[in-house]
Design a protein around this ligand. Structure first.
Ligand code: GNR
Ligand code: NI
Length: 170
């Protein structure tokens, strides 16, 4: 296992639409394990493959709190098959937008169909933080960041700060 470097906005690779995983094989399983290790080390509650420079439709999640047993979830080729009419607002952060947070409105509940790490079809009905996090990670697969859900004014303010912070470390 290995931890992978996490891309930070405004990196153009975060804007790409990821390609479906064609075959759930050892290479994919190994990548998912590296993504989980990277997510736990960060630490974060979710990580999508494009954040580590892999343009494929897969993500990992674990909502367990520190000190609780781990509950890793590996999600391949996810699709939202149902979303509630009701919305919910949640304060979101992103490992690719370090140290910035914003309230984002999304459907409160979603039903997501996906493949697990054995290639078996799964479906989950998500609400609360799981719903928020699944939608946040699935956005990454389409090149969308939580910044794209807030006002252009706030988005550009955060992007300018990230660009400045990057320059000062170069
Ligand atoms: O660690 C993360 N926390 C978080 C909090 C609220 C809403 C979404 C998230 S996902 C984020 C990790 C990340 O950037 N995943 O793409
Ligand atoms: Ni994110």
């Amino acid at each position: 296992m290995a931890t992978l470097p996490i891309l930070v906005a405004p990196d153009p690779r975060l804007k790409l639409k990821a390609k479906p995983v064609e075959q759930v094989d050892e290479t994919i399983r190994s990548l998912l394990d590296d993504m989980l290790e990277t997510m736990y080390a960060a630490p974060g509650i979710g990580l999508a493959a494009p954040q580590v420079g892999v343009s494929q439709r897969m993500l990992v999640l674990d909502l367990a709190r520190e000190g609780e047993p781990r509950t890793p979830m590996k999600v391949i080729n996810p699709e939202i098959v149902w979303a509630s009419d009701e919305d919910a607002e949640h304060n979101e952060g992103c490992l690719s937008v370090p140290e910035h947070y914003a309230d984002v409105v999304r459907p409160a509940e979603v039903k997501v169909r996906y493949l697990d790490e054995t290639g078996a079809r799964q479906e989950v009905h998500a609400s609360g933080l799981l719903s928020t996090c699944l939608q946040h990670e699935m956005d990454h697969l389409d090149g969308i960041l939580f910044l794209d859900h807030i006002s252009a004014l706030r988005r550009n303010m955060i992007l300018r700060k990230l660009t400045k912070a990057r320059r000062s470390t170069d």
